[in-house]
Write a protein that binds this ligand. Sequence first.
Ligand code: TMP
Length: 237
Amino acid sequence: MQKKELLYEGKGKKLYATDDKELLISEFKDDLTAFNAQKKGNEKGKGELNCKISTQLFEILTKEGIKTHLIKTLDENSQLIKKVSIIPIEVVVRNIATGSLTKRLGIKEGTVLPFTLAEFYYKDDALGDPLINDEHCLILNAVKNRADLQKIRELGVKINDILKPFFAKRDLKLVDFKVEFGLDKDGNILLADEISPDSCRFWDAKTNEKLDKDRFRQGIGEVKVAYEEVLKRILKA
Ligand code: TMP
């Protein structure tokens, strides 16, 4: 597979064309950003860790019947993926209240939610990725119809149903996470982007120590050590 021109550079990844017009190469970067890129950093080796973690999780989800854009890993920090048109909605799924949920609604940090909460955020940096409801998604033409919106909500919850017990067995609480979906050329909805400590919150089951990007957001430090710990636990049989 030949790597061709850079098509897009996001905050966490670069996307390259290949000699097959249906396939792209996704390269995971060491850059870290938070608060809509107002805070910037770099952690050498973070891209490789996220590539490995995300690949493992996508493979687990594939085995459970979730369709994804992943074809295979190419090297330490890149994946061969199917080209999709990204649905501009971030699906955030929550089990425990923290982050923007506690700030917006005053729910006490650490409250276990009575059921899985799925939220939609509009992917628009200029607007600061606002929380939106179903009607907003349709008015913005972010999805073509209610059925697709329902499908991405259900996929978010199903991914949680698979990953929450997987992490629980590894002494990690899956607090919340963000996923993105894309449409392939036939209109199928595929899980896209990544699932990594950049896009999830993981707390140690015994100590509640944060093992995710909150260490960077909150300036706790030892970001890479935490990501290494998450990978180690994922690889645990
Ligand atoms: P929040 O509490 O800040 O809304 O974040 C909820 C989850 O979504 C958390 O696991 C981090 C993830 N997330 C992203 O992946 N990208 C983002 O831009 C934001 C704001 C959150």
